[in-house]
Design a protein around this ligand. Structure first.
Ligand SMILES: *Cc1c(COP(=O)(O)O)cnc(C)c1O
Length: 331
C-alpha cells in the first residue's frame, strides 16, 4: 500500500502537470461580492482539460506508472468525469485505457470517453459489481486500476488546483470545496495547511448525500445508499480511507446544500459570470452564499469543480419552472 500523500506530493504532481493541465483562471464577480458581502475568488476548473479538475489526479497517477504498467495500461470504473480524465490522460501518455461503465450510461458520456481513446467495457449495473469487474480486468490483463478518489497520486494531483489558487491570490479566510469521495477536498486540504494554514476549510455535499458530514462528525466512515441529487459528481456512497484520514485531520467542517441552491448557483454563474457550471460544481458557491453572516468582509475562495453537463439538461435545470413548459398563457 502506498503511504498517504503529503504536500510534497502535491508539489511533485504540479511538476508533472506543468504544460499538460491548464492553469485555470481565478474569476471574480462584483455582483457575487455584493450579494455576499465577501471578496470571492472562483478557481474555475470548468475550464480544465476535459472540463473538470479530475484531469489533474488522473494525469498525475498515470505519470507515476513504471514501464511495465504503461505497457499493460490503466483500468477505471466510472460513468462520469473520472472516466474521461483517465481516457484523455492515457492517450496523452500513450498507454491503453479500459473504462468500465454501466450499459445504460448516457450515450454522450460513452461517446466522449471513446473519443478520448478509451476502450469502453459495459456491465449490467443491477446484476454485476463494477469494482469486481475492474479488479478482474486488472488481474487478468495486468492493468493498473486507478480509483476516482481514494489513491495518493490522485489526491496529490487534485491538490494542485488549490496550490495554484493560493499562489495567485494569497491567504484566504475561507475556502469552500465540493465533496464527493474526497479526492479534491483531501488534496485541497494538503495545499491549504501548507500555504494558508489559518484558512477555514469547508467541504460541501448535497444535503441528500451527507455521508461525508456524518463521517466527519462521528469519526468513522459512514456508508449510505446512492443519494438522489442533481449533483451527479457527488453521488458517492462513502469517503475513502486515504481521503477520510486527511479530511478528519485538516478540514474544519462539512456543510450541505440543497439541489434548489445548486440550481440558483448554476443560474448565477450563467447569467452573471457567463460560465457553464455543472450542478456538482456549484456546491462550494451555494454554501458560501448560505453562510453570508460568516463570510461578510472576508476573503473567500470557491473551487468551481467542473462544467460537464449536457446542454439540454443544463437548459432544463436553469429554466424557470412552469407547471407545464408546453402550455402557452393564451391557451
Ligand atoms: C468528481 C467530482 C467532484 C467530487 O470530487 P471527489 O474527489 O470525489 O470528492 C466534484 N465535482 C466534479 C465536477 C467532479 O467531477
Amino acid at each position: 500500500m502506498l503511504p498517504p500523500p503529503t504536500y510534497d506530493d502535491v508539489i511533485g504532481a504540479a511538476g508533472r502537470l506543468d504544460g499538460q493541465a491548464h492553469r485555470t483562471p481565478v474569476l471574480t464577480s462584483r455582483t457575487a461580492n455584493e450579494m455576499t458581502g465577501a471578496e470571492l475568488f472562483f478557481k474555475c476548473e470548468n475550464f480544465q482539460r476535459m472540463g473538470a479538475f479530475k484531469f489533474r489526479g488522473a494525469f498525475n497517477a498515470l505519470s507515476c506508472f513504471d514501464a511495465k504498467q504503461r505497457a499493460a495500461g490503466v483500468v477505471a470504473f466510472s460513468s462520469g468525469n473520472h472516466a474521461q480524465a483517465i481516457a484523455l490522460a492515457a492517450r496523452l501518455l500513450g498507454m491503453p485505457a479500459t473504462i468500465v461503465m454501466p450499459e445504460d450510461a448516457p450515450a454522450a458520456k460513452m461517446a466522449a470517453t471513446r473519443q478520448y481513446g478509451g476502450h469502453v467495457v459495459t456491465y449490467d449495473r443491477y446484476a454485476e459489481d463494477r469494482e469486481a469487474i475492474g479488479r478482474r480486468l486488472a488481474e487478468e490483463r495486468g492493468m493498473t486500476l486507478i480509483p476516482p478518489y481514494d489513491h495518493p497520486h490522485v489526491i496529490a494531483g487534485q491538490g494542485t488546483a488549490a496550490k495554484e489558487l493560493f499562489e495567485e491570490v494569497g491567504d484566504l479566510d475561507f475556502l469552500f470545496v465540493c465533496l464527493g469521495g474526497g479526492g479534491l477536498l483531501a488534496g485541497t486540504a494538503l495545499a491549504t495547511r501548507a500555504l494558508s494554514p489559518k484558512t477555514t476549510l469547508y467541504g460541501v455535499e448535497p444535503e441528500a448525500g451527507n455521508d461525508g458530514q456524518q463521517s466527519f462528525r462521528s469519526g468513522a466512515i459512514v456508508r449510505i445508499e446512492t443519494p438522489r441529487t442533481i449533483a451527479d459528481g457527488a453521488q458517492t456512497q462513502h469517503l475513502g480511507h486515504y481521503t477520510f484520514d486527511i479530511i478528519k485531520r485538516d478540514v474544519d467542517d462539512i456543510l450541505t446544500v440543497t439541489d434548489a441552491q445548486l440550481i440558483d448557483g448554476m443560474r448565477f454563474f450563467a447569467a452573471r459570470m457567463k460560465i457553464v457550471v455543472e450542478p456538482t460544481g456549484c456546491l462550494g458557491f451555494a454554501a458560501a452564499r448560505d453562510r453570508e453572516a460568516q463570510v461578510r468582509g472576508k476573503r473567500v475562495g470557491v473551487i468551481v469543480s467542473g462544467g460537464n453537463v449536457d446542454l439540454e439538461r443544463f437548459g432544463a435545470l436553469i429554466a424557470p419552472s412552469h407547471p407545464d413548459p408546453n402550455s402557452s398563457p393564451s391557451r
